[in-house]
Design a protein around this ligand. Structure first.
Ligand code: NAD
Length: 242
């Protein structure tokens, strides 16, 4: 059991990589606070999982994020692991047609949302002796990517935030790392066959990863096996970026 007695808070827990991470963490002995927008949908998505408590929060609203951490502290006294998996791809529109609101929304969810949870985690982890924070970025932050500017921009900013906060929080025994997934088979992957094939074909392995494969990398960074990792980006991307 690689997360025995650990308390984890996972955002984006109702679907995809966040959901697979909750399941993997619980299987490895953790108790998990599973956060997503809609309580009912999240509870349904985790109905068969024991040791996961559902909390509803929109990560773009810092007060809601803070409340989720308060609930975690009330229940378990601490949070040892935070996984920032909530995210949106944003519009696939041509650059000229991207509105101010389109750009702002992607940055609000992918960057501000990750920061709000990271800040709440840091406050609590500093008081309780440390922890491990994992931000889900994207291979789109590392390579040219067929999505318009807001998404890769927000995900590259997450990597900058990861390195800066890893440096600043090291003295508090808090490690901060990022996972930059390549194409992963979740509802976020384009469903239209030609576009899907183009995205999946970027990696030399020629297939999409499963959400469980991403959860394996998140688990490694969360666990004590990664005790010497901080400020790092691990990118399971099927050989798209080498
Ligand atoms: P997904 O759509 O299956 O899951 C994302 C979850 O985030 C959803 O359950 C959604 O409700 C939640 N969410 C969205 N906005 C939120 C908000 N404001 N507050 C709280 N929750 C919110 O997608 P996924 O593929 O599992 O994505 C997980 C992470 O992985 C995202 O950050 C995504 O950008 C990243 N990623 C995915 C891929 C891929 O190919 N699927 C590739 C690279 C990076």
């Amino acid at each position: 059991m690689r997360l025995e007695n650990k308390i984890a808070l996972v955002t984006g827990a109702a679907s995809g990589i966040g959901n697979a991470t909750v399941r993997r963490f619980v299987a490895e002995g953790a108790r998990v606070i599973a956060v997503d927008l809609d309580r009912e949908r999240t509870a349904e998505a985790l109905a068969d999982v024991e040791n996961a408590t559902v909390a509803a929060a929109d990560v773009t609203r810092s007060a809601e994020v803070d409340l989720a951490f308060k609930a975690a502290e009330h229940l378990h006294g601490r949070v040892d692991v935070l996984v920032n998996a909530a995210g949106i791809p944003g519009t696939a529109a041509d650059i000229e047609d991207i509105t101010d609101a389109d750009f702002a929304r992607v940055v609000e969810v992918n960057l501000y949302g990750s920061f709000y949870a990271l800040r709440a985690a840091a406050r609590l982890m500093r008081r309780t002796g440390g922890g491990s924070i994992i931000n889900i970025s994207s291979v789109g932050a590392l390579a040219n990517f067929p999505l318009p500017a807001p998404y890769p921009a927000s995900k590259a900013a997450v990597l900058g935030m990861t390195r800066a906060t890893a440096s600043l929080l090291a003295k508090d025994n808090i490690r901060v790392n990022a996972v930059a997934p390549g194409a992963t088979d979740t509802p976020m992957l384009p469903q239209e066959p030609a576009l899907r094939a183009a995205v999946v074909g970027l990696g030399v392995l020629g297939r999409a990863a499963s959400a469980e494969e991403m959860a394996n990398t998140v688990l490694f960074l969360a666990s004590d096996e990664a005790a010497f990792f901080t400020g790092q980006t691990l990118s399971p991307n099927g050989g798209y970026v080498m």
